[in-house]
Write a protein that binds this ligand. Structure first.
Ligand code: AKB
Length: 331
């Protein structure tokens, strides 16, 4: 009969599914949009569900499936996961470091309870789950140059505390329930086409916009504040690499990933190669304290050794890509 025929066809489609079906939460932020774009190229538009609580732009809707999902409402995410036969969860919803300090209760709710919900769903439905961590998961007692994967972690921001919580809980779910939890500690991520959402490393993006707009930038960090940073394409590639790595390759569940480290002074010099008249001045605020408690250089040798992590973009490459994109946009 027709019903039986359809049933067999659906089952065959499932059996022959070669790509994972992926749900991205908090997908309208700095990482979600470029990540969805790349995953759609790799695994097919129909296999990637981007979700968030914001109204998407027309362009975003045209790129593929977009659904409303609030990670505070576990049932809603559960329904999305079941209806779309999700295999991998990529949980990006979080308040970042600077904005988290301005709204600690919301950061606790979203970053901690949201993570509980996603880990529970990964356990229940046997999904592979990726949750990003950050250099913010380290604190003033951690070694800062370089900072290894395993060391003292006593962060002083709610963002950092919530990310250590995610690392520990994810690893607990892995050892206790076999949840395929994977986690990367990211440096400041620099991108041209998507904006960061209230972090301490945001200066390294704002500076480019101001260099083009006004030719000068007032930086909220001191000129000698060294922080680890990474170009967005490298970040996206690292997520894909760790998600595709075999369980044998992963000797641990949480890895540092690094690319470069620079100070505002060094970034200014690199910018001045393209814009010789560019000027920087400094007006330091609370974010300086946060930055000073974070790693200056991340030690990512385990990621390099275990699953061949290799970033591609250096400081000059990053500056060039940033100006290329922004100048194209302005014209
Ligand atoms: C922030 O500055 O809060 C983020 C991060 C490094 O996690 N960009």
């Amino acid at each position: 009969s027709l019903v039986r025929h359809c049933f067999i066809a659906i089952n065959q489609r499932q059996l022959h599914r070669t790509h994972p079906r992926i749900l991205i939460t908090g997908g309208c932020g700095q990482l979600g949009i470029p990540l969805a774009k790349r995953l759609r190229e790799l695994y097919g538009v129909e296999n990637i569900v981007l979700s968030d609580i914001v109204r998407p732009s027309d362009a975003l809707v045209q790129q593929g499936i977009y659904r409303y999902a609030d990670v505070m409402d576990i049932k809603q995410v559960q329904e999305l996961l079941v209806n779309n036969q999700i295999d991998w969860l990529i949980h990006l919803s979080a308040l970042l470091s600077a904005v988290g300090e301005k709204n600690v209760s919301l950061a606790m709710k979203l970053n901690i309870e949201g993570t509980h919900h996603m880990l529970e769903l990964a356990r229940k439905y046997k999904c592979r789950i990726f949750i990003p961590s950050t250099i913010g998961a380290f604190g003033p007692d951690s070694p800062r140059n370089p900072t290894p994967d395993l060391c003292i972690q006593r962060p002083r921001t709610i963002y950092g505390v919530s990310k250590v919580h995610a690392e520990l809980l994810g690893e607990y779910f892995f050892y206790r329930f076999g949840v395929d939890f994977r986690c990367l500690r990211f440096p400041g991520i620099i991108s041209a086409d998507t904006k960061p959402g209230g972090g301490t490393t945001d200066y390294a993006i704002e500076i480019f916009h101001e260099a083009l707009k006004s030719g000068s930038y007032k930086c909220y960090l001191r000129g000698d504040t060294r922080l680890p940073m990474m170009w967005i394409d490298d970040c996206i590639q690292s997520i894909i690499n760790i998600m595709e790595a075999s369980n044998d390759q992963l000797k641990q569940r949480t890895y540092n990933v690094a690319a470069l480290s620079f100070t505002p002074e060094e970034l200014t010099k690199a910018i001045q190669k393209y814009k010789p008249n560019f000027k920087i001045s400094y007006q330091v605020d609370d974010r300086q304290n946060i930055a000073e408690s974070w790693p200056q250089v991340l030690d990512d040798r385990n990621a390099r050794e275990h699953w061949n992590w290799t970033p591609k973009v250096d400081l000059d490459g990053l500056v060039q890509k940033m100006f290329d994109y922004l100048e194209r946009e302005n014209n």
